[in-house]
Ligand binder design. Structure first.
Ligand SMILES: [Cu+2]
Length: 504
């Protein structure tokens, strides 16, 4: 292969890994891996023997959980009698939660009844690479009318979620929680509440995420335009903005604030709340009126417990907290950071008391805010101190005006982009520098990373404008792994790249 340039070699690797991008997965038999013997050998193939070897080392309990997910187009009721036509898993918004126990194997058939190709990415899981759900990188796209059988061991407990990795489909209704319980759960609590946050435009006055993407890329404005105007909006003056899309609706668990979902408990109950930001272009600041929260996890990984009034979630991030329920009716408010509107859910522990008004802003929203960069990994998951074997420097580039989002000014192209090479066993340092005027929640597939010296383990981290972030990871999961901004319009605009394990 010495005759190949880096670029040519990569293009060949990608083609071999996928048996060409022109084919789509029509059925179970098409899941069959292309012959790894085709691989030119510069990078591990997603279905290569290195991937299978690591999968065999994952601890399993013999239980296989079978799930059928049908991606469909159809009407969904968002509350207050408001109905929109959108794309969901099984007509539910959010999709039905998948709940596993660490050690289970998930066997999930994704059936595509959409008018477009699709895929399913299991956000945050350190799973086998060929089940990661990235079309044209780890699998062929699932064609309309087709089906793909995902099957992988899940060996780490935590709060995860899943969504397509195809176009801007995550900004429709294709998302659902994936909760992995710990068979030796160290926390004690009486109830669990999964809270999924979302920004919504699909099907409202003719809007679609694809039309928004076209408008961002310089096409004609749709009716109505979904770009934020010049009105004052930033509550983070000087810290830039997490998004530019002006959504008509903000949802908690698929409901609008005028007809919110209600979670009932008893006064004094300890409640574990699992927050998931499924938004496409919105960071949310969340608070539960009348309560402080004890943060126990972020992105599924335990942290040293931290007390806070509010939390800030970038797109794709998760937090788990414990609260002790007061007696009454309490607003759980999610403020669209930098945009202004709020989404709402309600905690009710008393039959008495009126529901909070739609725009309720509990004082805790402006209270203490513990951000992820201040959190520390729990001792049980703190990586050993170790000097990096390799440092990869990535500059986040682009502007709202050009919508030319990228790493190092090179918009991602799965046919031609060159992965950043790592080797199995290395401690890899990622040094991000955000040279743009916007926030970017950067997400790495298949791994967790942490700030050196014991920072919280995460798979998605906010990088503010003009700031740097240094994180380390252990390269222990061979394959080709996406690294991208989780603002869906930025990633589709090109702010994506790949970490590729070199083959030996
Ligand atoms: Cu971004």
């Amino acid at each position: 292969m010495a005759m190949h340039t880096r670029r040519a070699t990569l293009a060949l690797t990608g083609a071999a890994a996928l048996a060409a991008c022109t084919r789509t997965a029509q059925n179970r038999s098409d899941n069959a891996a292309p012959d790894p013997g085709d691989s030119p050998g510069r990078f591990v193939s997603p279905n290569g023997p290195e991937v299978a070897a690591v999968e065999r080392l994952r601890t399993t309990n013999g239980t296989v959980r079978e799930v059928r997910l049908t991606a469909v187009e159809g009407p969904v009721e968002l509350g207050g009698g408001r109905s929109v036509r959108t794309w969901t898993y099984g007509g539910e918004l959010p999709g039905t939660e998948i709940r596993l126990t660490a050690g289970d194997t998930l066997a999930a058939s994704v059936v595509n009844h959409l008018p477009d190709t699709t895929s399913a990415h299991w956000h945050g899981l350190a799973l086998r690479n060929d089940m990661d759900g990235v079309p044209d990188l780890t699998q062929a796209p699932i064609a309309p009318g087709g089906e793909f059988a995902y099957r992988f061991a899940v060996d780490r407990p935590g709060t995860y979620w899943f969504h397509p990795h195809t176009g801007v489909q995550v900004d429709r209704g294709l998302y659902a929680p994936l909760i992995v319980e710990d068979p030796r759960e160290p926390l004690s609590y009486d109830r669990e509440w999964t809270v999924v946050l979302d920004d919504w435009l699909d099907g409202v006055d003719g809007s679609t995420p694809d039309a928004v993407m076209a408008e961002l890329m310089g096409g004609p404005a749709t009716h109505p335009s979904r770009m934020l105007g010049q009105r004052p909006r930033s509550v983070l003056l000087g810290r830039g903005e997490p998004g530019h899309v002006d959504y008509p609706l903000y949802l908690v668990n698929g409901r609008t604030a005028d007809d919110p979902s209600v979670f009932t408990a008893k006064p004094g109950d300890r409640i574990r709340i699992r927050f998931i930001n499924a938004g496409g272009d919105t960071a949310f600041r969340v608070a539960l009126g009348g309560h402080r929260m004890t943060v126990t996890h972020t992105d599924g990984e335990p942290v040293q417990p931290a007390e806070t009034d509010a939390l800030l979630l970038g797109m794709g991030e998760r937090y788990d907290v414990l609260v002790t329920a007061g007696d009454g009716v309490f607003p759980l408010t999610a403020l669209a950071e930098g945009k202004g509107p709020t989404a709402l859910a309600v905690l009710r522990t008393s039959p008495m008391g009126a529901a909070p008004a739609a725009g309720t802003r509990p004082a805790e929203l402006d209270g203490a805010l513990v951000t992820a960069d201040l959190m520390r990994a729990a001792d049980s998951v703190r990586p050993a101190d170790r000097a990096p074997d390799r440092t990869i420097r990535l500059t986040l580039t682009g502007s709202m005006r050009q919508h030319d989002w990228a790493f190092d000014r090179q918009p991602y192209d799965h046919h031609h982009s060159t992965p950043h090479a790592v080797r199995k066993g290395e401690r890899v340092r990622l040094e991000f520098a955000n040279h743009t005027g916007m926030w970017h929640p950067v997400h790495l597939h298949g791994h967790t990373f942490s700030q050196p010296g014991g920072g919280a383990r995460k798979d998605t981290a906010i990088i503010l404008p003009g700031r740097k972030l240094t994180v380390d990871l252990d390269a222990d999961n061979p394959g080709l792994w996406m690294l991208h901004c989780h603002n869906i319009y930025h990633s589709e605009g090109g702010m994506m790249t790949v970490l590729g394990y070199a083959s030996d």
